[in-house]
Design a binder for this molecule. Structure first.
Ligand SMILES: NC(=O)c1ccc[n+]([C@@H]2O[C@H](COP(=O)([O-])OP(=O)(O)OC[C@H]3O[C@@H](n4cnc5c(N)ncnc54)[C@H](OP(=O)(O)O)[C@@H]3O)[C@@H](O)[C@H]2O)c1
Length: 283
């Protein structure tokens, strides 16, 4: 199958590039904004036909949660019009679509792991536009899956793990929120999950939840990062109100992975995956 990967220079896109050689049965076409801007429907229509695309993995998104609050139009273009265009282009040629969404489509008010069927209550511009993107994909009639994930990190781009490794080196102490609970997701694990579902076959619209296994706060995550790196940096636990941000953060982001596990996807424990990523980052 010819697989088009959009947003391939981001964290998830790079992670798919890293593992794609393990799937020699497919031909991957990796693209980012300069080659394929997902807001350009004409270009997408032409490309899927010309390259005889059988599946699209959309890793492109406007992911700057705080910036989205002041760049609503652009966030909407990339997170809503983008997936809508991809779904239209895919549907026209009978291609499958894998689209990635986020825990921000929930309000963060739950105290139980979030299921695919739970009611959404998007948080901020980012959450609202990502939820609208999901709706557009579903409305298109395309054979598509939406995988909601959370707390994504990797050896690529900017993310929490890389920021903490830098700050841990620079400072003797720092404060991190302990009242936002979730599960980190190593982008390589998500890349494998995507390939498992794609190879299994996509025949209708489905939503799946995927993160690593376990439950922690950002404070615990930071402590683990420093412990693995061997840093002595002191970490203070603070509340969210002590670290104000432009966009509100969900207090509870734990995803229920029962459905994706039933579909045959392996879900590694968050600390095992963190160690794997950090062994690359610290090498
Ligand atoms: N990061 C997280 O913590 C997190 C958590 C939950 C869910 N997610 C979701 O997971 C997915 C992957 O996230 P990520 O962290 O890998 O994102 P990322 O690192 O920000 O990468 C996104 C990529 O998309 C590109 N892009 C932006 N606009 C585009 C357009 N119009 N056409 C084509 N490409 C475009 C970006 O290019 P530029 O850099 O040039 O803009 C970037 O290379 C996204 O759907 C995101 O919403 C992420």
């Amino acid at each position: 199958m010819n697989i088009l990967v959009t947003g391939a220079n981001g964290q998830l896109g790079n992670s798919i590039q890293k593992i794609h050689v393990q799937y020699p049965e497919h031909k991957f076409i990796f693209t980012d904004v300069p080659e394929v801007d997902i807001t350009n429907l004409d270009l997408l229509r032409e490309l899927v036909k010309k390259e005889q695309i059988g599946a699209i993995i959309n890793c492109a998104a406007f992911t700057a949660v705080d910036k989205a609050e002041s760049c609503e139009e652009l966030a909407e273009k990339i997170n809503v019009t983008g997936p809508k265009n991809l779904a239209i282009a895919a549907h026209e040629v009978g291609a499958k679509l894998v689209h990635i969404s986020t825990d921000y489509v929930f309000g963060g008010k739950s105290s139980l792991p979030l299921k695919e069927t739970d009611e959404t209550a998007p948080i901020g511009v980012y959450g609202r536009t990502k939820r609208q993107g999901e709706i557009e994909v579903e409305k298109s009639g395309c054979d598509a899956i939406v995988i909601r994930t959370a707390w994504l990190y990797s050896e690529y781009g900017n993310n929490f793990v890389k920021t903490m490794l830098r700050l841990g080196k620079e400072r003797e102490s720092l404060n991190v929120v302990f009242d936002q609970i979730g599960t980190p997701t190593y982008a390589t694990d998500l890349a494998y999950a995507i390939m498992t579902l794609l190879n299994k076959g996509i025949n209708k619209f489905e939503i799946y939840h995927f993160s690593n296994e376990g439950v922690i706060s950002w404070y615990d995550f930071t402590k683990a990062i420093f412990e693995i790196a061997g840093y002595n940096t002191t970490v203070g636990a603070i509340e969210s109100y002590e670290y104000p941000t432009a966009a509100e953060r969900p207090a509870y982001s734990v995803l229920n992975k029962r459905k994706i596990k039933k579909a045959g996807v392996t879900v590694p424990y968050w600390k095992d995956s963190l160690k794997e990523c950090m062994s690359i980052l610290l090498a």
